[in-house]
Design a protein around this ligand. Sequence first.
Ligand code: IPD
Ligand code: CA
Length: 278
Amino acid sequence: MEFQDEWLQILRRCKDNVKLRIQPLFETLSEPQPDLGKGAGGDSMKAVDLAAEKAIIEVLQQSNVSFTLISEESGVIEFGAKPRQCYVTVDPIDGTTNLVRGLPFYASSIAVSSEPVLSSVYAAMVADLFHDTTYMAHVGKGAYRGDERIAPSSRLSLDDAVVGLDLNTYRVREIAPQVTGLIEATGHIRHFGANALELCYVAEGLTDAFVDVRGKLRATDLAAAWLILREAGGLITTPEGDALNVKLAPTEKVKFVAAGNPQIHRTILKLIQPRKRK
Ligand code: IPD
Ligand code: CA
């Protein structure tokens, strides 16, 4: 219990420090952003991404933990005397484009694991930085939004469901045919632009499911929300319905179907199975 509280407190302090450190950069967001090169995950880095990452590292170091950082920006870095003691997988800002454009939907995502693999994540936080809402989970202890325990939706039918769908890819012609059946069957399709946070919306039942079959999302973006959704009682698998067995590495990509309950999850899996060629 003490160990669990300790991690959740550290993660909360990371969120506070990220907010503090990125605040001064908001004034310059309307100006052209300098090119800071590509991060370990392959995307261009912005000053806010680096400031948020630095803020997280600062708190972890102040907390005297030895850890291996696995970050979308700086990649894999060992800190302290026993860096294999735990792995801290970070997407410092999920939804950077939203943040830079002033769209109020972006988050910091941090997952703590005993190995650099998704299945060993045991503590997690996704912090909605605009609304100051914090989603947290510890393995076996449920998922929380602030102090309130959260649970996903029990909606069974897609007719009136709200389903997140990320089709944000230049390869849309190739990907779209896999999801047209789902779009046709679903009452309301959404995509907000920060996938970690969108998974937390499934965890808390604001949406009923979230699907990303692009093969473009990084494991670093998903790691924390994976635990939060499962601890809330939701399901998240590959599009084939298998467990998500991914390495935690900045270049590792993932496809998934996340849903609030087994019935709607099954319905979605059936709809997105690759069509057989005639
Ligand atoms: C992005 C967001 C977005 C998704 C992109 C991700 P980032 O994260 O989650 O919704 O469509 O694929 O890269 O780059 O802002 O950390
Ligand atoms: Ca990011």
